[in-house]
Design a protein around this ligand. Structure first.
Ligand code: ASP
Length: 338
């Protein structure tokens, strides 16, 4: 029997048209574009149905409320389809894929995020191949988790990051191997797929608009300027630090701020500006005070995954200590436990 895949179209370049302000999505236009791709009608393809969300968005405008809509669209159709392909703008696709990986608890079917760098309406669009391969991957059911297919590679969603603004291989997964390569054949890297084992039926956690922030450390950063931001109102902070978790400690003004934010209930998660490798608080004297100030290590999580995980854990209504604990634990394959 042919598999049935639901395509959830959220917007993004793949279905955009040129307008006077630049590329933008147009309601109804994407369905017409699909009708012009003969491959999608091939008998080797799964059956598919398109759900177009409203409004269609450039992914710069996608956040917690839209993650919820995407999650609900999947949740409500979960038993009617064998898998899902989410068409999404590339700019924040890694955030959304990370968020959905947490929000869809007990997921046991493929959810493949994809999109394109060149719209379908243009010559040389990468959208056609990305969509065709994603549909085939979703139908095969080998990878039963939230993943991201783009430019010939299948990545774990919460390990992915957009690494090229204009290349057709726009995503990478610096701290986790590729789950599959699409060359002449689609070859799965079975030993690293690591599908979770669901402990019950699918659950959808509704993400809340939690006030969180990301602060990238740079040479000469004047921490005092950030004092008005690093207050108890900020419930979570991802610090993008140097190397294995280091920051300038010679003017002494950041740590009291962090300590204060932590005492007031903020969760401070330390990630690295390096794409590859992990945070090790305490390796250098310039990182150990962070630990004393109550920060948690983001280990080898991407910033995208750390942000999405904070949204998720806060949305579950957990207390500070529990969130702190789970930030350092592997929930969906987003980090490598020490
Ligand atoms: N700005 C677009 C978006 O993220 C870029 C893309 O889809 O490639 O929606």
């Amino acid at each position: 029997m042919r598999k049935k895949i639901c395509i959830v179209y959220t917007g993004g370049t793949i279905g955009m048209m040129p307008t006077q302000q630049g590329y933008a999505p147009q309601p109804g236009y994407f369905a017409q574009s699909l009708a012009q791709i003969p491959d999608l009608k091939s008998e080797d393809m799964p059956d598919w149905e398109l759900v177009e969300l409203c409004p269609l968005l450039d992914s710069s405008n996608i956040a917690a409320a839209q993650w919820h809509i995407i999650g609900r669209t999947i949740f409500e159709r979960y038993h009617d389809f064998d898998g899902f392909v989410v068409l999404h703008g590339t700019d924040t696709m890694a955030y959304s894929a990370s968020a959905l990986s947490f929000m869809l608890e007990n997921l046991n079917k493929p959810v493949v995020f994809t999109g394109s760098q060149i719209p379908l309406c243009r010559l040389r669009s990468d959208g056609r191949d990305n969509l065709t391969n994603s549909l085939l991957i979703a139908a095969q059911g080998v990878v039963r988790q939230v993943c991201l297919y783009f430019g010939g590679v299948l990545l774990r969603g919460n390990r992915s990051t957009k690494s090229s603004a204009d290349g057709l291989q726009a995503f990478s997964s610096p701290n986790y191997p590729v789950l599959a390569h699409a060359g002449v054949d689609i070859r799965f890297n079975h030993s690293v797929i690591g599908n979770p084992s669901p402990s019950g039926p699918l659950q959808l956690v509704e993400p809340q608009d939690v006030p969180i922030g990301v602060l990238k450390i740079f040479p000469g950063i004047q921490f005092d300027l950030f004092a008005p931001i690093l207050t108890q109102n900020l419930r979570g902070i991802v610090l993008e630090t140097f190397g294995t978790g280091n920051l300038p400690d010679d003017n002494g003004s950041l740590l009291p701020l962090i300590q204060k934010a932590f005492t007031h209930g903020s969760i401070i998660t330390v990630c690295s500006q390096c794409h590859q490798g992990a945070v090790h608080l305490g390796t250098y004297a310039t990182s150990s005070p962070l630990k004393q100030a109550g920060a948690v290590s983001g280990l080898d999580m991407t910033t995208e995954a750390a942000v999405a995980k904070l949204y998720y854990l806060f949305s579950k209504g957990l207390d500070k200590q529990t969130i702190k604990y789970w930030m350092e634990q592997d929930l969906r394959g987003e980090l490598t436990p020490v």
